[in-house]
Design a protein around this ligand. Sequence first.
Ligand code: COA
Length: 380
Amino acid sequence: MSTATESTAASAGLRGVVAAQSAIGDVNGDEGKLIYQGYDIHDLAEHSTFEEVIFLLWNGRLPKQDEFSDLQAKIRENYQVPAEVMEMMKRFPKDADPMDVLRTSVSSLDFYDKEGHGTDREHAMKAAIKITGQIGTLAAAWDRIRNGKDVIAPDQSLCIAENFLYMLRGEKADADEARMFDIALILHADHELNASTFTTRVVAGTLADMYGAVTAGIAALAGPLHGGANTNVMKMLIEIGDPSKIDAWVDKALEEKRKIMGIGHAVYKTEDPRATWLRKFSKQMGEKKGEMKWYEMSQRIEQLMHEKKGMFPNVDFYSASTYYLMGIPLDIYTPIFAVSRISGWTGHILEQYGNNKLIRPRAEYIGKRDLKYAPIGERQ
Ligand code: COA
């Protein structure tokens, strides 16, 4: 704002600012409630599937059987990525960060979708289906490419969750693990105006294409304060190493004003409802693998952070140990977040295109004024 009378103290990090109207999802931070298009996340996690949730986020209602089958078929037809993109990925440095690879490869999908720049609903929906089908293939392929393994072709008989695990690990998941992972994808699908979703809406608001908006979302998700937290939770657990060291480790971290990854949330002031499910999965996986250490360590950190800071775990806290016990490499946790969040991003982009207004807020200017330009040789 340019004048003192117009000036309002900017809210740090836009906390509490309502920046868009949306019918897609709502986070009630005081009650720990999350809804997608009117449905409670617990109800969806209990009864729905990730593909059904995608339809819900994009269309505002649950699908009828024929609509569900149609969307499922279209997504599966798009599991395959262009051979050129795969060839390009094979030339990337093998130590490239998986989120950087995902960002670059998703961006390049645009070259091979000649209609991908359309922002009308029909074209944008086609692009959304394509990216949703392809993003898991890219994320899984990179882990194989960097390890010198053959890329596993997607299997159209499998749902997104099963297919991703199959392409990543080379073998099909058992029914329990597949269902658990499908629920994990449901839980990560949308979260209102989180940093990456807001980013996608800002880009879409310029009427840039779906691929560009999603690429920007991936860049935002990668940060350790957002989706990157899940990888960092597991790094922290491994660094602590032993349950007996937790109390001292947490005390030191708090003393040094370091943040404990996977704890705290910008909106939730109580239990994150997604963490309720992931805590259960972390325990289940621990029991299945006979390795309870990571779950127990996480529980102790949760307890300490609640006692000392009144804080709660977020979605990333227990997903870390769950994925670890599923044999998923640490730096693939955030790409998995993207494989799910693509549904929310594309839903928000479709909503933005449908009722677009360029997003262009103001900054509260706190710099100097009325300085006189001095030639370079005369500057102090
Ligand atoms: N560990 C320790 N202290 C934490 C903390 C954490 N994970 N998260 C917040 N705090 C403390 C801050 O140090 C700060 O303390 P101070 O007031 O004494 O300086 C206070 O709580 C407020 O922190 P702030 O970062 O301003 O709150 P926020 O509402 O912006 O935080 C997050 C939201 C998610 C960014 C923050 O909790 C965080 O960084 N968590 C860890 C990263 C993470 O898990 N991200 C995934 C989110 S889904």
